[in-house]
Design a protein around this ligand. Structure first.
Ligand code: HAM
Length: 512
């Protein structure tokens, strides 16, 4: 017996397999269809990006960035080896600088630090040469230079809003007709503790609306706020339409406004909250105690039983919003009502990513246990600017596809027609040529066909056809070929008919 260890999917990752993948495809197809009807186009950003992009967008203090990202240094390839005596220390430093100029080495903070270490070593080398210790100086330079790595810190994406904003800037999308409406689907990566509905590689279906701020936007502030609230409501309406289309039951939408970063709005509230929390600090758990300093709003997110009574007594953000944010929030609710979208207001909904302002929302679904948030989103005006782009507004969401699928399955909505439409039971070389032709024409008409590669006795073939869940067996033997009358057996009822080749497609379509 082989002693080789068996490989297994890494903890927190998993294989998605048939027949379940058919449900994944149905969900994704529905997203393509529904989002298209709202004027969204698909974007496929890369799976990895500079670590700094996520740190800046999502926030360095967030759990996602501080604990959960898969990060590594992508070392530059193709630089000469500093240990190679064929090139001098000067030539090596020149090669590094050329690679930075040509963009082969990404020029960022890390590179800057590495280069200054390297040029420091070159200085030392020269000083030592001047005092006549060339050999030793060169050796020392080569040892240290070999340890200085040039490369970029990159991370597997933990979410895609940052990537979409990066792409908006990179492709000058502010020059396109505004707003730009994009959606995406694909894997995201977070090193969380795996449990039901929580994976380290999980899938999101998300959408973002980005809109360059017009220079005259300040002229009629009330109109602008109402327009933003309308955009928010339409994004949420699209989301609920998508869930409806999938017949997801018990989806509950919670909304909130977390205001904007100003003294007379969120900043003022956060200070007040910090004061109140400090007074009850001793009664809070370690996480919340830490958050009093880093991000008091996140304390509101706590699920700890013993903190609930304390949190219920804290001041609410709704009472501390500035007039603009109040107007925006009121209009959002009115717009949702106009669209018949039902919601619950939850003043504790603050979200775990730093870029949000004003609207935040989450959707919970049934059958998911404690990880019941199936979607989260909100408004993030200013994020594009924070990433070096022009002043831009943004609103979007991401659905946890794994959780959505789980919820559909728990509700019995997970079954997708499996099996084959037709199993071709053939016997004899003549019949095989006809079977190949029949398979080709059935498949091009959209039927799923199983054409066994070797001939089988009819009894055995029918047995296998049933096991595969085929609806029909097309029986082709010498008699059928010579008479032109093919035999078609419905495996559900056992009924068998004779049928001419010319009538087969029409018959199968009628008996879908
Ligand atoms: P998020 O709340 O971090 O938001 O994630 C959105 C959804 O992804 C969650 O509600 C959940 O369903 C799913 N999810 C998150 N982590 C996991 C995990 N470890 N395993 C399974 N599912 C998970 C964002 O990512 C924002 N980018 C959403 C957004 C887009 N906001 C504006 N635009």
């Amino acid at each position: 017996m082989s002693s080789k260890a068996k490989f297994q999917a890494i903890r927190g990752t998993r294989d998605l397999l048939p027949p379940e993948t058919a449900l994944w495809n149905r969900v994704e197809q529905t997203a393509h269809e529904v989002f298209r009807t709202f004027g969204f186009g698909e974007i496929r950003p890369p799976i990895f990006e500079p670590t700094e992009l996520f740190a800046r967008a999502v926030g360095g203090e967030t759990d996602i960035v501080s604990k959960e990202m898969y990060t590594f240094v992508d070392e530059m390839q193709g630089l000469p080896d500093p240990a190679n005596f064929d090139i001098s220390p000067e030539q090596y430093v020149d090669a590094v600088q050329d690679a930075i100029k040509s963009g082969e080495i990404h020029s960022n903070n890390q590179t800057f630090q590495a280069v200054s270490r390297l040029t420091g070593q070159l200085e030392l080398y020269r000083e030592r040469v001047n005092i006549g210790a060339k050999e030793e100086a060169e050796l020392k330079f080569r040892v240290v230079a070999s340890q200085i790595k040039f490369g970029e810190s990159i991370s597997l994406r933990p979410e895609a809003t940052a990537s979409v904003c990066r792409a908006y800037i990179e492709h000058n999308m502010q020059q396109l007709p505004q707003p730009v409406k994009l959606y995406y689907m694909g894997p995201m990566f977070r090193r969380e503790r795996p449990q039901k509905g929580r994976y380290r590689q999980f899938y999101q279906i998300g959408a973002e609306v980005l809109e360059a701020v017009r220079p005259d936007a300040g002229r009629d502030a009330a109109k602008e706020l109402a327009k933003d609230a309308t955009v928010d409501a339409e994004v949420i309406e699209m989301l609920m339409t998508f869930f409806d289309r999938l017949q997801l039951e018990g989806a509950e939408l919670s909304i909130n406004s977390i205001g904007h970063a100003a003294e007379n709005c969120r900043r003022g509230y956060v200070e007040k909250l910090r004061g109140e929390l400090n007074k009850v600090k001793d009664k809070l758990g370690a996480d919340s105690q830490r958050r009093i300093e880093t991000n008091p709003l996140r304390v509101l997110d706590s699920k700890l039983e013993h903190e609930q009574g304390i949190i219920a007594k804290l001041s609410k953000i709704a009472d501390h919003l500035c007039d603009d944010c109040k107007t925006h929030y009121a209009e959002l609710k009115r717009q949702l009502d106009l669209r018949g979208v039902k919601y619950i207001e939850n003043w504790r909904l603050v979200r775990g990513l730093d870029y949000y302002m004003r609207t935040t929302f989450e959707i919970t679904a049934r059958g998911l246990g404690s990880q019941n948030a199936v979607c989260g989103g909100g408004r993030y005006d200013g994020l594009v600017e924070l990433l070096g782009g022009p002043p831009t507004k943004g609103i979007g969401f991401a659905i946890g596809e794994d959780r959505l699928i789980l919820s559909l399955q728990e509700a019995g909505k997970g079954s997708v027609a499996e099996g084959r439409d037709v199993y071709i039971a053939w016997l004899g070389a003549n019949a095989y040529a006809t079977a190949i032709r029949a398979a080709k024409s059935l498949r091009s008409a959209g039927f799923s066909v199983e054409l066994p590669p070797t001939e089988q006795k009819f009894g055995k073939a029918l047995e296998r056809a049933s096991k595969l869940g085929a609806r029909f067996a097309l029986i082709l033997g010498d008699n059928e070929i010579s008479s032109g009358e093919w035999a078609l057996k419905a495996l559900g009822t056992g009924e068998q008919i004779k049928i001419a080749e010319a009538n087969l497609l029409a018959y199968l379509r009628e008996h879908q």
